[in-house]
Design a protein around this ligand. Structure first.
Ligand SMILES: *[C@@H]1O[C@H](CO)[C@@H](O)[C@H](O)[C@H]1NC(C)=O
Length: 361
């Protein structure tokens, strides 16, 4: 058979061209959720989250200081203010005292690295709206115009990346007291001024400038994803941004070990590996390495036996509790899963217990 040059080219293209065509995601959840989780995130098991902002100045309560004081009018916060600050002192008045004069990013990064963490996430902007970089959309309410007069996001990022740790940025979608946000809220989120004029340009700025390996999105809960333009933003991020391998998450810490979805909203809510939990101990997070699976629990079961429904055991399966030398007694359940006898667990100070399951599927 005579093969023409053009037929030959077509054939070669069929073979090779496909591998050069990038997947493009469309701005809908089905398409966005089909994106595989970047590999590095599946492998790193431990990261560090840093909350740092104007709330660090009063250093009372938590990063929710402003809300607790002015939003919820929690008496403990109101009293703290009247006791320690003059009348009329506003939250914004804390900003000039956010000096960060002892901030040594290399020292921080050394400590992070020594801890064994593989990634670090900094609050680039918490719900107070103060940005730890000179955001053009946060005039006079950022760490360059006031306070440290320093680009904290850039400086920490440089130190982190020198040590080949991954750098993630937390960014709150909503801002408690931003007038644009409050006005959108007033309209029942029919208007999108805040998203168009603040959230979108600011997120683009953050991504283009710092190229984070991970974006920790948060503060979505008062409004629907359509208001936040979540799918529009994610399609841009995955298709056209300079960080196409970025991980997007906001699950507290399950995601770090395990969630394969990387959804814009709480992954844990969308992705349940097991049947709905019968009791709270079944709610655990799995992570794995080779044929070993780790099941992590964050509350004391207050019982001596415990059932896991997902893992498939074999005769060779060995179950141990990390920190406890003796292997635990266990028995398989009907189709999959097993029941295990636990040793006495302390109420505290541990915040998590890990069962190590060798030779399970
Ligand atoms: C939604 O996001 C995309 C990508 O960032 C952007 O092009 C579009 O203008 C945004 N829409 C709104 C309403 O903000």
């Amino acid at each position: 058979m005579q093969v023409t040059r053009s037929q030959m080219l077509q054939f070669l293209c069929l073979l090779f061209c496909a591998s050069f065509i990038e997947t493009r995601y469309t701005p809908d959840w089905a398409s966005l959720d089909s994106r595989p989780l970047p590999e590095w995130y599946d492998e790193v098991k431990f990261g560090i989250f840093v909350h740092w902002g104007v709330f660090s100045v009063p250093a009372f309560g938590s990063e929710w200081f402003w809300w607790n004081w002015k939003g919820a009018e929690n008496p403990a916060y109101v009293q703290f203010m009247s006791k320690n600050y003059p009348p009329g002192f506003s939250y914004a008045d804390f900003a000039p005292d956010f000096h960060a004069q002892f901030f040594d990013p290399d020292q921080w990064a050394d400590i992070f690295e020594a801890s064994g963490a593989k990634y670090v996430v900094l609050t680039s902007k918490h719900h107070e709206g103060f940005t730890n970089w000179g955001s053009p959309n946060s005039w006079n309410w950022n760490s360059v115009d006031t306070g440290p007069h320093r680009d904290l996001v850039a400086d920490l990022g440089a130190a982190i990346r020198k040590r080949s740790l991954h750098y993630g940025l937390y960014s709150s979608l909503y801002e408690w007291f931003n007038p644009l946000y409050l006005s959108d809220k007033q309209s029942g989120f029919k208007t999108q001024e805040f998203v168009e004029r603040k959230v979108m340009p600011e997120l683009h700025n953050l991504v283009n400038r710092y190229k984070p390996d991970l974006i920790w999105s948060d503060g979505d809960w008062e409004a629907p994803d359509t208001y936040w333009n979540s799918t529009g933003f994610l399609a841009w991020l995955y298709n056209d941004s300079p960080v196409k391998d970025v991980v997007v998450t906001n699950d507290r810490w399950g995601a770090g070990c395990y969630c394969k979805h990387g959804g814009y909203y709480n992954c844990a809510d969308k992705y349940t590996p097991e049947q709905p939990p019968k009791h709270k101990w079944e709610k655990c997070q799995y992570t794995s390495k080779h044929s070993t699976v780790y099941a992590i629990f964050t509350s004391n079961p207050m019982q001596t036996t415990f059932m896991l429904s997902a893992p498939k055991t074999s005769y060779n399966t060995v179950v141990t509790l990390l920190g406890n030398p003796e292997p635990l007694k266990w028995a398989p359940l009907e189709t999959s899963g097993f029941i295990v006898v636990l040793p006495d667990l302390p109420f505290s100070p541990a915040e998590a217990w890990t069962l190590k399951l060798d030779k399970v599927a």
